[in-house]
Design a protein around this ligand. Sequence first.
Ligand code: UT7
Length: 373
Amino acid sequence: MRYAQIAGWGMHVPSRLVKNERFVELGLDTSDEWIATRTGIRQRYIAGNESTSDLALRAAQEALYVSGTHARDIDLILLATCTPDQVMPSTASLIQDRIGATGAGAMDLNAACAGFVYALAMGAGQIESGRARQVLVIGADELSTHLNWRDRSTCVLFGDGAGAVVLKESDEPGILSSTTGCDGAGADLLMIPAARPNSRANGHSPKGVGYLTMNGPQIFRWATQMMAKAAEKVITASGLKLEQVDLFIPHQANLRIMETTAKRLGLPLEKVFSNVRQYGNTSAASIPIALYEAVAAGRLKGGDNVVLSSFGAGLSWAAVALRWGANVPAQHTRWSPLRRELEARMAAVRSTLRRQERAVRATIGERLRRDGD
Ligand code: UT7
C-alpha cells in the first residue's frame, strides 16, 4: 500500500503587524473588545510590497528544507489561492521557477479558504495512485488586497500569509482519508466580484467590483454544521473513533466557529488547535500555518491522528484525517542551510539563463524571417 505522508512544513507571514486597536485609530467604528469577543482575533499581518508568490515562496522553501527535499525532485506543485499574483500564468508557475523545481508540474487551485485541504487531498491522491512521489502543497493568500477598509464587518477579519507542506510517498499511513464538497447555491454569500463588465455575478452594477463581500451570520451558521459533518466523515472513513483523534485543526476564521464545531463533534477544546488570535483569517494559508505552529508547540508526535477541516467561499469545504509520521523531520547536516541558499541562487541563475536563451532565440528567429523576406 502506498501512502502520502507530510514530511516537511513551512510558513511565512508579512512583517507588518496590525493590532485591533489600529482600526480604531484609523477611525473605524469598532473596538478591540468587539473584535476579540466576536472572533477571537487580536492581530493580523498585512502585506506591503510582497505578493502572494513572495509569501508562498518563503513557506515553500522552508517546507523543502524541513523535509530535506531538493526542489528538482518535486513532481508537482499545487498552490491553493484565491488571490493569485495575476490571472495567468498561475502563481504556482512562479514558485516552480523561483525554487528551481525543474521536474515539477505546477498549477493553482481555487477553493478559497478550503483550498489548502482540497490541494492536500489532490496531492495525496497523486501519490497514492503512483503518479507522483513528492508533491509540494501550498496555501497562500493576500485577501488584504480585496478588503474595503471602511467595511468593519469584513476588514477586521482577515490577514495575509502562506503555509506549505511537502507530501512524500511512504509505506506508513499518512493521509488516511479525505472529503471535498461544494454548494454553489451559496456562492453569493462570500465573494470578490471580478472586474469584468459583463460578468453575470456582478449583475449590472460595477459597485463592489474587486472587494470582498460577505453575509457573515449565514456563513457562520453553515460553517459550524459543515465543518463538523466533514470532520465526522473523514474520521469514520479512516476507521477511527472520536476518542482516537489527538488534534483537530479547523479553518482559522473565528474562534466561536471552532468552539461550536468542536462541541457538535463532541471533542474537548484541549484537542482543538487555534491561532486565529495572532493571524486572523489567512484564507487558504490558515490550516498549514496552524499545522506548522502545532508542530512548533510540540502538539504533535509520531502516530498522532489529526483531523483538518475547512470551509470557504463556493461554498466549499474539505476535510482530511491523517496520521502524523514518526519519521520526520529528515536528517539535516551542517551543510543543509548552505545547500538551501545555493539551491535558491542556482534557481535564480537558471531562470535568468532560460529567459536570455529565449530572447536570443527570438532575435535569431526574427533575423532569419527578415532575411527570408
Ligand atoms: O473563511 C470564511 C470567512 N468568513 C467567515 O468566517 C465569517 C463567519 N461569520 C462570522 O465570523 C461572524 O458572523 C462575524 C464575525 C462576521 C460577525 O459576527 P456576528 O456575531 O455574526 O455579528 P453580526 O454580523 O450579526 O453583527 C452584529 C452587530 C451589528 O450591529 P447591529 O446591526 O446589531 O447594530 C454589526 O453592524 O455587530 C456590528 N458589527 C461590528 N461592530 C463593531 C459588525 N462588525 C463589527 C465590528 N465592530 N468590526
